[in-house]
Design a binder for this molecule. Structure first.
Ligand code: GDP
Ligand code: IMO
Ligand code: MG
Length: 432
C-alpha cells in the first residue's frame, strides 16, 4: 500500500502533468487533490497534446482509475466539456474510470464573477487570479455555505440551492459595483450537469482506502506549487488551497503514513504568472529569451509568464515543507545556448545572510532581501535527444549535480523536451 505524491516546488507550471504521465504506468489510481480548473497540466504523448484542467494527468493510460478528490473545487461545465473533448479523442472518461468525490465543492458562475470583481477591487494590489472562481469557492466552503458535488443527487433541492446561493452572491456583486449573474438559466444548466455527472460520483476516500488496502499504488497529482500554497506561499499572492504534499492526505482522505514517496517538480529556471514577489525575476533580454524558447505562456489563461533564474533557496524550502524524496527537473533543454547561468543559493539584507526563504513574515519583508547568486557555466548543444545523464554536455551535468548538492535531494527525472520520451528518467514504481 502506497501513495506517491507529485507537487510543484515553485509558482506552478513546473511540468507536473508530464511527470504524472511519466509515473502513471506504475500506478493504479491517479488523483487530483487540490485546486480546480485554474490548473493547466500538459501531457504530450501518443500523438496528443492534452491541456488538462480537471481530469487527472494519467488519462492516456487506459487501465487506470482517475479520481477528482474532495479537496478539489469543480466547475461542472468545464469538467463536462473536458470530458467531451477527451472522449472525442477516443479516450475513456466514462463513470467506471473517471470518478468525482461527492465532497468536492462546486464552482458557480457567480463565484467566477466574484473572483473578477474582488480582484479588480484590489486595484494595484490585484493578485491576477485565473478568474476561475477558485478563491470565492474555497471561501464559500470555509464559510460552510458551499455546494458540493454530492448535492447534485437531489435535483430539486439542488436547483433551489443554486438559485439561493447565486442570489446571495449577486447581492455581493452589486455591492462591488459588478453586474449580477442571472440565476435561472444557471440552475437549468447545473441540473443538466448533475444528470451527466451523477454516475461519476463516489465516496472518494473509500475508493482510495480500498485501493491502498488492496496493495495498489495511488498517484496523487498536485496542482499549483509551493509558493502559491495558502499557508506557505507568498501570501496574499497565492491560490486558496493546500498545494503541498500534506494536502494530498487531507484532500483525498487517507492517512499520511501511506505516503511512500514525494516528488517535487522544478523547472530548471523559475516562472510565475500573475502578481506577487519573484526575487530572481529577469526583466532583461535573458528573461525574454527564456520566455520565448520555453514558450512560457500560461496553459489556462495564455498570459506571458514572468521568467527568472533558478532559486535553490526555494527548492530547499520545498524540501522542508513537502518532505521531498526526489526532484523532477524539467525544461533543462530551454537553457541551452545561454553562456552563463545563475542560481540563487542564499539571501542577504544589509550584511545579514539567510539560507532559508525569508517569506514567513510577509511579502514586504521578503522584498527587503536580495538573492545571492552562484554562477555556473552554460552549454551550447541542443540536448532534446539525450536520454542518459552521462550523455549531457559537461556543463549541463554540472548544473544538475550542483542542484543535487545544494538541495541534498537526488534528481531522478530530467526533462529535455515536452514529449513523454524526452526525458532522462530514473522514475520507477512505488518505493516501500
Ligand atoms: P504543470 O501545470 O506543472 O503541469 O505545467 P504546464 O503544463 O502548465 O507547463 C509546462 C509546460 O512545459 C508545458 O507546455 C509542457 O509541455 C512543457 N514541458 C514540460 N517539460 C518540459 C521539458 O522538459 N522541456 C520543454 N521544452 N518543455 C517541457
Ligand atoms: P498549475 O496546476 C501557475 C496563480 C494565478 C494567480 C494565483 C491565484 O497549472 O501549475 P487563482 O485563480 O488560483 O485564485 O490564482 O495563482 N495560479 C497558477 N499559476 N500555475 C497554476 O496551476 C496556477 N493556478 C493558479 O496566476 O497568480
Ligand atoms: Mg500549468
Amino acid at each position: 500500500m502506497s501513495a506517491i505524491v507529485v507537487v510543484g516546488t515553485q509558482w506552478g507550471d513546473e511540468g507536473k502533468g508530464r511527470v504524472v504521465d511519466g509515473l502513471a504506468r506504475h500506478s493504479d489510481i491517479v488523483a487530483r487533490f487540490n485546486g480546480g480548473d485554474n490548473a493547466g497540466h500538459t501531457v504530450v504523448a501518443e500523438g496528443h497534446t492534452l491541456k488538462l484542467h480537471l481530469t487527472p494527468s494519467g488519462v492516456l493510460h487506459s487501465d487506470l482509475t482517475l479520481l477528482i478528490g474532495a479537496g478539489v473545487v469543480v466547475n461542472p461545465g468545464t469538467l463536462v466539456s473536458e470530458m467531451d473533448q477527451l472522449s472525442s479523442m477516443g479516450l475513456d472518461v466514462g463513470p467506471d474510470r473517471l470518478k468525482l468525490s461527492a465532497a468536492a465543492h462546486l464552482i458557480l458562475p457567480s463565484h467566477q464573477a466574484l473572483d473578477g470583481a474582488r480582484d479588480a477591487a484590489r486595484g494595484k494590489g490585484a493578485i491576477g487570479t485565473t478568474r476561475r472562481g477558485i478563491g470565492p469557492t474555497y471561501a464559500s466552503k470555509a464559510a460552510r455555505l458551499g455546494l458540493r458535488a454530492g448535492d447534485m443527487v437531489e435535483p430539486e433541492r439542488f436547483a433551489e440551492r443554486v438559485i439561493e446561493t447565486m442570489e446571495a452572491h449577486n447581492r455581493q456583486l452589486v455591492d462591488l459595483g459588478a453586474d449580477p449573474v442571472p440565476s435561472d438559466q444557471v440552475a437549468a444548466d447545473y441540473c443538466a450537469y448533475a444528470q451527466r455527472l451523477g454516475p461519476h460520483l463516489v465516496d472518494g476516500s473509500v475508493v482510495i482506502g480500498e485501493a491502498l488496502t488492496a496493495g495498489k499504488t495511488v498517484l496523487c497529482e498536485g496542482a499549483q506549487g509551493l509558493l502559491l500554497d495558502l499557508d506557505h506561499g507568498t501570501y496574499p499572492y497565492v491560490t486558496s488551497s493546500s498545494t503541498v504534499a500534506g494536502g494530498a492526505s487531507t484532500g483525498l482522505g487517507f492517512g499520511p503514513q501511506h505516503i511512500s514517496r514525494v516528488i517535487g517538480v522544478a523547472k530548471a529556471y523559475t516562472t510565475r504568472v500573475g502578481q506577487g514577489p519573484f526575487p530572481t525575476e529577469l526583466l532583461d533580454q535573458v528573461g525574454s529569451r527564456i520566455r520565448e524558447v520555453g514558450n512560457e505562456y500560461g496553459t489556462t489563461t495564455g498570459r506571458p509568464r514572468r521568467c527568472g533564474w533558478l532559486d535553490v533557496v526555494i527548492l530547499r524550502y520545498a524540501a522542508r515543507i513537502n518532505g521531498l524524496d526526489e526532484l523532477a527537473l524539467t525544461k533543462l533543454d530551454v537553457l541551452s545556448g545561454l553562456k552563463e547561468l545563475k542560481v540563487a543559493t542564499a539571501y542577504q539584507r544589509a550584511g545579514e545572510r539567510v539560507d532559508h526563504f525569508p517569506a514567513e513574515f510577509g511579502v514586504e519583508w521578503l522584498a527587503q532581501w536580495r538573492p545571492i547568486y552562484e554562477e555556473l557555466p552554460g552549454w551550447e548543444d541542443v540536448i532534446s535527444g539525450v536520454r542518459r545523464r552521462e550523455d549531457l554536455p559537461q556543463a549541463a551535468q554540472g548544473y544538475v549535480a550542483r542542484i543535487e548538492e545544494l538541495t541534498g535531494i537526488p534528481v531522478t527525472f530530467t526533462g529535455v523536451g515536452p514529449q513523454r520520451e524526452q526525458a532522462i528518467t530514473e522514475l520507477t514504481g512505488p518505493r516501500l
